[in-house]
Design a protein around this ligand. Structure first.
Ligand code: SAM
Length: 212
């Protein structure tokens, strides 16, 4: 498939809706985040291996989760599961709008080699985004206390339950999008201990492996 065909499929399927997210998908090219041997398959609507038993996510899933998250300019976002760095750059595009307005992405990856892979993909292809992105090696289930609270939190691997630490590190008024089992959950934090949850069935993810 060509890049334009993938975008058309995501728009026509109702997965991509918001103008800024469509623009982000055009600007941040998935081809820059797949392994050399998979460059010809970069615009296929399925996950691709990035080594270490992990994948760059399926475009449909990334589109669906970003539409749910509604990232806005100037927001501080915590991403868990950097992987290739593709979604990290999509988020950086959305919170920055192309200028340094204070919007920041903090992205945690537990596999050191993948953190390095993402770092290389970002620095070689989107060097301007480096100032909006902080890559962290570690267990994302513990969040990133140093920068909490976050406007938004997005998790790219399926948990068995929602880590309490992540709930605490979300701002009141903020939103977390997280796969649990084969569903994607969207949680709006209404007050310190109240969440409004929506569930969307029928997705498949690599496992979230963490202490919490
Ligand atoms: N959005 C990424 C992309 O498109 O490249 C997705 C990468 S993959 C589907 C999910 C990633 O989550 C993997 O790289 C995996 O190592 C990472 N992961 C799993 N559990 C984690 C944890 N507890 N903390 C940080 N990263 C974790």
């Amino acid at each position: 498939m060509k890049k334009e065909e993938l975008l058309e499929e995501l728009v026509n399927g109702g997965y991509l809706k918001t103008e800024s997210i469509i623009e982000a998908f055009k600007f941040v090219d998935r081809k820059n985040f797949v392994l050399e041997k998979d460059k010809d398959s970069a615009y296929e609507n399925y996950p691709l291996s990035i080594g270490y038993g992990q994948t760059i996510s399926q475009p449909l899933t990334v589109a669906f989760m970003l539409e749910l998250l509604e990232p806005r300019k100037k927001e501080k976002v915590l991403e868990i599961g950097t992987g290739s760095g593709w979604q990290t750059c999509l988020l950086a595009y959305l919170v920055s709008g192309g200028e340094d307005n204070g919007g920041r992405i903090f992205s945690i990856e537990r596999i050191p080699e993948l953190k390095e892979f993402a770092n290389k993909n970002i620095s070689q292809n989107y060097p301007d985004f480096q100032r909006y992105i902080t890559l962290i090696e570690g267990d994302g289930s513990l969040g990133f206390d140093k920068e909490a609270p976050f406007d938004k939190i997005i998790v790219s691997a399926a948990a068995v339950k929602i880590p309490e630490t992540l709930k605490k590190q979300l701002k009141v008024g903020g939103r977390m999008v997280i796969p649990v089992g084969e569903s994607i959950l969207s949680l709006d934090k209404i007050s310190e201990d109240e969440f409004k949850t929506k569930e969307f069935f029928g997705f498949s993810f690599v496992k979230f492996i963490g202490a919490d």
